[in-house]
Design a protein around this ligand. Sequence first.
Ligand code: ADP
Length: 220
Amino acid sequence: MLNVTHATKAYGNHTILNQVSFSLNSGQIVALAGPSGSGKSTLLRCIQNLEKLDEGTIAHKGTTGFVFQDFQLFPHLTVLDNVAYALRVTKKQTASDALEKAKATLKLLGLKTAYYKMPHQLSGGQRQRAAIARALVLEPDLLLCDEPTSGLDGLSGKNVAELFLTLKNQGVTMLIASHDLDFVSAVADRIIVLNDAAVLKDFMIDAKIQGQLSWDKLLN
Ligand code: ADP
């Protein structure tokens, strides 16, 4: 469903991505892991077409949704309006259809009591789920998620992991940039390790590997 071929990008003379290639199959959760500064966000942003590659191609069937690391919820809108807004603007839905669908999505993500709250009134975990709801309400074929557990406590991180596994069972394909190996090992079917602007490792995570991931092993 997604083919990244020889993706190459530099900022000035700093190469961020150097001939990165991989394909994604639908229905999987794939972790894009790597140290801070290894180009994970840049790659996600290029896939979402928020930035352009210098060289190489990114081809995908269907639509993508993007969950930003800092959520980027509109601070002056309620949680419900944040989610409905995406539908009204992107899908040109009527206000009442958009509100109904937004409510259903928020309910699915356990945010029924947060419809009329403002983003600043939510916990970090709730904000993360609201940002996921805003992307999911558009029913993307591929959900791109940047560091979904950064800034969350352990319990909220576990809840986000459970949510992603539920979404996977509902058929959502996910590419998740993360340097949280506990989280990656709990959710991912496959890990692509970026280091020094290139793919260093790319393998499936089976039961044997789960719980044994360490940066030491991944980067050596
Ligand atoms: P990661 O998500 O793995 O932490 P990023 O993709 O955010 O990595 O960043 C990779 C490198 O690119 C970092 O060194 C960062 O400072 C640099 N970078 C990211 N965005 C820009 C930009 N808009 N202009 C210049 N440098 C950037």
